[in-house]
Design a protein around this ligand. Structure first.
Ligand code: AMP
Length: 398
């Protein structure tokens, strides 16, 4: 069964066509600048040449149509007709408390996703546009929604309640939800396998360190805590998001700088994080590492603050799990930056963790990078959210 995995953003669309039986990637690509001048489709069939086409895409329906045309194209296509695309798996950002697992997209489920729009006003509407575009272009093809928040729905109340009046939870469902759930689920499962442990009897901490970053504590296959909150703004210091801060800072800066709440929120989402701490140097860790290597304090202080926050979360999640078997690094920074991993693990020396320098220098494979015989193991596990979406879709429609 071939599953088309779609990840629709407000002006972009990422896709992969995956053979769900043997889990092979058939083709992948990206539509950028949808609804904006200069839109383009990048299409890569496995084993073939990458094709970039600059073509107008006024809306997501046009983008999905171009993707389907490419997949079925006589020259560069990978399937003969749309009939060979048997199901679509959609990444949905926010499922609120309604969706604790992936689910077939019926009209009722789609309505439920619409009801979560309030919780993710930038993301869910874009996801819904992608769903509607597929409904129009591929009528009758089963579709599945895979939610970023679902994996975290097993968190206990003590982990998801905020210290604010309970009525805001009762009335508006203000609570911790957590994101990157598909990644945390995939990586924690792979970690148990790599450790030779049963997933149902394991204590794993997953550090998803990319442009967005979050940590989760997974006990016996179930998430018990995670660092992102009602929105992805909470927790670690990220590329451009602040992560945890004293809420009083919002009023303080608003008064000093004569700014509105919207302006402050924009600053916390887009101008903060490592970009902000580095004084605007970069949100990309490659630039920060280069600056650090040259002795530039902007690079050094930023990496130190980022790694300290990650280590602090790992420490607190050891409490949440009452111990830990494995700590995993994944996503852009987690998979690629040996320096960041070693700076974080240095702060965990009290647990007995020591890194194997050679293993920490490797890339692109599931690998244990710690050398200590006793105590927690440290791993790098490349994430694969698309494969996880294809797996869930296959399981529900086969
Ligand atoms: P993601 O959001 O998972 O795609 O991660 C993107 C981020 O990964 C980039 O913004 C970089 O900061 C980081 N990154 C990618 N490659 C490297 C690398 N080789 N070394 C350090 N950081 C990297």
């Amino acid at each position: 069964m071939n599953v088309l995995v779609l990840n629709c953003g407000s002006s972009s669309l990422k896709f992969q066509l995956i053979n769900a039986e043997n889990e092979e990637l058939i083709a992948k690509g990206l539509c950028e600048r949808i609804g904006i001048e200069g839109s383009q489709l990048v299409y890569s069939p496995t084993g073939g040449e990458k094709v970039t086409t600059v073509v107008p895409m006024p809306d997501h329906t046009a983008a999905v149509k171009l993707v389907l045309d490419s997949l079925c194209d006589k020259e560069v296509g990978v399937v003969k007709s749309l009939e060979e695309i048997n199901a679509v798996g959609h990444r949905i950002v926010h499922g609120g408390e309604k969706f604790a697992a992936s689910t077939i997209l019926t009209d009722e489920v789609i309505k439920g996703i619409e009801e979560c729009n309030d919780l993710a006003p930038l993301h869910n509407p874009a996801n819904l546009i992608g769903i509607n575009a597929c409904k129009e272009l591929m009528p009758g093809v089963p579709m599945v929604g895979v939610f970023d928040t679902a994996f975290h729905q097993t968190m206990p109340k003590e982990a998801y309640l905020y210290g604010i009046p309970y009525e805001y939870y009762s009335k508006y469902k203000v609570r911790r939800y957590g994101f990157h759930g598909t990644s945390h689920s995939y990586v924690s499962q792979q970690a148990a396998r790599l450790l030779g442990k049963s997933y149902e009897d394991s204590k794993i901490i997953v550090c998803h360190l990319g442009n967005g970053a979050s940590v989760s504590a997974v006990k016996n296959g179930k998430c018990v805590d995670t660092s992102m909150g009602l929105t992805p703004l909470e927790g670690l210091i990220m590329g451009t998001r602040s992560g945890d801060l004293d809420p009083a800072i919002i009023e303080f800066i608003a008064k000093k700088e004569n700014k509105t709440i919207e302006q402050i929120m924009n600053m916390l989402n887009k101008e903060s994080g490592v970009l902000g701490i580095s004084g605007g140097l970069s949100s990309d860790f490659r630039d920060l590492e280069e600056a650090h290597a040259k002795g530039d304090d902007a690079g050094t202080r930023t990496l130190e603050a980022f790694c300290y926050r990650v280590a602090k979360y790992i420490g607190s999640y050891m409490v949440a799990l009452n111990g830990v078997d494995g700590i995993c690094f994944t996503a852009g920074v987690g998979e690629n930056s040996g320096l960041v991993r070693s700076m974080i693990c240095e702060k965990l020396a009290f647990t007995g963790i020591t890194l194997d320098k050679e293993a920490n220098g490797k890339r692109g494979e599931d690998i244990i990078i710690s050398s200590n015989a006793e105590g927690p193991k440290v791993m790098v596990i490349p994430t694969n959210e698309e494969l996880m979406i294809a797996r869930d879709t296959y399981a529900l429609v086969k």
